[in-house]
Design a protein. Sequence first.
Length: 206
Amino acid sequence: MNLRFEEESKKERRIQILREIIWFFIAAVIVIVAAWLIVRFAMKKVSMIGSSMEPTLFNGEDVIVNKTSYILLSPRRGSVIAFYPEQDEEQTEEINDSSILIRRIVGLPGETIQIRDGKIYVDGKILEEDYHFEEIIAAGRANDEIRLENDEYFVLSDKRMDQDDSRNTTFTRVRKNNIIGKVILTLNPFSMVGGPNATGAAAGGT
């Protein structure tokens, strides 16, 4: 009688252990699939091309872009964004990852932007930025007031001597539907993307 009870108990324990193993593997698979989905659809690795974002980002530096940042919210001033250049209707070449640009948002849709005496004016008022950037020498087309369209953003390089940004008449227009997402992390070294501080070094931020 006791022997049969012990056998039944052992059988129940084996079944319980088997169930726990099965649930462990199911949970592991769910975690792996969820992580893959996040990496595949929510995040994107992009390489910085050129020196225009120094000293925040350097040429060839790998960054992580959050592609979900602007699904519900609009891009904010001061954010570093990754975006595709706008194509004309006549252009037929395919846009790929090597075309991705990274710059910092200064002007928002509907605003008026102007650069005078090295200072940025938004709707006629001097813009106080969160980080310390080198003085702007050349205003480019922003020497005159620029009225942004309802889906257009004005972006600048962190290396303000470099005019490869919205000051340049040949630079792409940055529209909402061309923005991939917000640049949030650098991979080597692993850190948050902020901006240059008063000493010119990279500083963390949002």
